[in-house]
Design a protein around this ligand. Sequence first.
Ligand SMILES: [Zn+2]
Length: 369
Amino acid sequence: MNSFSGFAQTDFAAFADKKIKNKKFNKERKVVWQKIKSLHLLVDSELKKTGFPLKGKESRYDINYVKRKVNGIWVAYTHIKPYYRVCQLNYGIYKDGFFIGIELRGDAKEQVKNMIEFIKLNPDEFLEFGKKLNPHRVYIDYDDYSVDPHNATKSDLTHLIKTVVAKEAWFEFGEWHPKTKRILKSSDIVPEIIRVFETLYPLYLVFSGLRPTGDSKIDKLQRITEVPENDLEKTESEIARDVQQLSKEDREKLIAKNDARNRAKGVQSYTNESKAFRRDATLSAALKEKYNDQCQICKTTYKIKQGFFCDTHHIEPLKEGGKDTSENVLVVCPNHHRLLDRLFIEVISRTKNKIKIKENGKIREIDLE
Ligand SMILES: [Zn+2]
């Protein structure tokens, strides 16, 4: 049975010794490591009760980022792999305190782009997030500059954007708990983590590309929401709610806009980590909504508690140069998806409203609308 009793002053000291930087954990750090593991289990089980959708992953290594040389142990929460190269919510212990909040590495290029776009479009909304956190502990930190969102001005944000871009600076937004007695107690630490995570989660979604950054409903959804194939289902369910709120006209506009973009740009190749193509989750979610989650071949709908249960299939496979556009995508049930993938059913031709398929040696035409 794991239990977390809190941190001791010596736990912070374990990170202060410059000589052991970047070495495997020494004895003192192993103690902290065990504590973080126990805290992690406790936090995850409490987060689960609130319905929080992310689970933590302990970081086993010290960071020796070129500019920061940060030493600590932390737990990262993110949808995306590899978890250390993306936007993450995390908490961790360092030599002078305990951090809870959002971290974004400068070389997480897509996520940094999302962050900058959001700050440019919604500076006040961005700062509002900080105002919901503990006013005595909150800060936005980048490249060793720090600003309190309560007093930040537009020029602070301009400086932030410029610096993050120019220096690929590490970005943090959250609460810093100095090594006071208060933070050392487990009964305090866990609710603090949950409160900060719940407050900053919408921002995490925006930075991660899972939520749009702009203002108009369509602009919001038109944001690039490409994810590795493996993450498609999870991402789509994040987007589905927004898609459902669009009018029919707006949904068509969204599909047309994403089509145009994807046609021009093609499909991004394999991501290193997962050997999967990046897919446009927004387009997929919008097409499923358009066709009421119904298989375009057999017209079956599987309603499940979580919402939809259908797939999107590329007629010309992405790996063979097929585009991620609506004319190359069919909404299909899992059965037909498999039959199409295995070429037991062949698509002969497709127009806007009709598709011709070869099935059991026979050709037949199906209305798509
Ligand atoms: Zn079907």
